[in-house]
Design a protein around this ligand. Structure first.
Ligand SMILES: C[S@@+](CC[C@H](N)C(=O)[O-])C[C@H]1O[C@@H](n2cnc3c(N)ncnc32)[C@H](O)[C@@H]1O
Length: 260
């Protein structure tokens, strides 16, 4: 399959998963998980969350994960077998905008860092609402790439690159800040919103996660920065890194609400 903008592989998701473990735990708490429930993770990747959810819910419950990438689904199924939870966790290939489940199937539903890849996030949310039971919790966690900030002596270049990343590097880069409005517009009740800053001081990890080469390539190709400016930017970051002082941050937003 053609890899979409911002495609990431399962090894990368494992590293990021460990880094944002506290946010994952928070999202499970907001789902108000109880043993024996039936829950869904939309855009489940390699089972990063379906397997911990299976442990929380226990054998009397059921966990479903969907992802439109068959390789992710295969990896998730393998991991579930290895974790000995495969009897009550199932993964399947499906698009978030067309969920293959009956109405009112799940007690709770979540999606993490998926809406930023969607051109029509409102369709995914309305599908999540359709398959969730009345009163069930829906929790969506996503990045606000517009909040990316990097300490550099090249402040103007940093702003231009951050904007390219949010607007061209990612399909729906402002997704995080839009979730609260999306939930309200779709009529969810008891809606709450939380913002969690993620601090990254490891330059290598920041280049993988928030400052990818692809963003710089797009910025260069579109004339947003010149080759000389790009060189100054990289030199500035490498200088910070050389004295152990690299700093970047970006906000993660978690919104929870109940199906009316
Ligand atoms: C950044 S990863 C997050 C994976 C997982 N939620 C996690 O927290 O580790 C985004 C995932 O969304 C999936 N995805 C992107 N667009 C999708 C769509 N329209 N329908 C279903 N899955 C989608 C990707 O294949 C990928 O596995």
């Amino acid at each position: 399959m053609t890899q979409p903008k911002g495609y990431v592989n399962s090894e990368y998701l494992q590293v990021v998963g460990a880094f944002v473990k506290h946010l994952k735990q928070r999202s499970y708490a907001l789902m108000q998980i109880q043993p024996g429930q039936k829950v869904l993770d939309v855009g489940c990747g390699p089972g990063t969350d379906t397997i911990p959810l299976a442990t929380l819910i226990g054998q009397t419950g059921q966990v479903f994960g969907v992802d439109y990438d068959q390789a992710m689904v295969d990896e998730a199924e393998q991991r579930a077998s290895k974790a000995q939870v495969a009897d009550w966790v199932k993964h399947q290939c499906a698009d978030s905008t067309s969920l293959p489940f009956d109405d009112n199937t799940f007690d709770a539903c979540r999606s993490e860092r998926v809406f930023q890849h969607l051109s029509e996030p409102e369709r995914a949310l309305s599908q999540m609402m359709r398959v969730t039971k009345t009163g069930g919790w829906i929790v969506v966690l996503d990045t606000d790439w517009g909040s990316l900030s990097v300490d550099t002596t090249e402040g103007d270049i940093e702003r231009r690159l951050a904007r390219v990343h949010a607007e061209r590097g990612i399909q729906n880069g402002y997704s995080g800040r839009q979730l609260y409005r999306l939930f309200k517009q779709q009529g969810l009740t008891d809606v709450t919103v939380e913002v969690h800053p993620l601090l990254v001081t490891d330059y290598t990890f920041a280049r993988q996660s928030a400052l990818p080469d692809e963003t710089e390539r797009i910025a260069l190709a579109t004339g947003t920065v010149t080759a000389e400016e790009l060189q100054c930017w990289r030199t500035s970051l490498e200088q910070s890194d050389s004295i152990g002082a690299f700093y970047s941050s970006v906000n993660q937003v978690i919104v929870a609400g109940r199906k009316p």
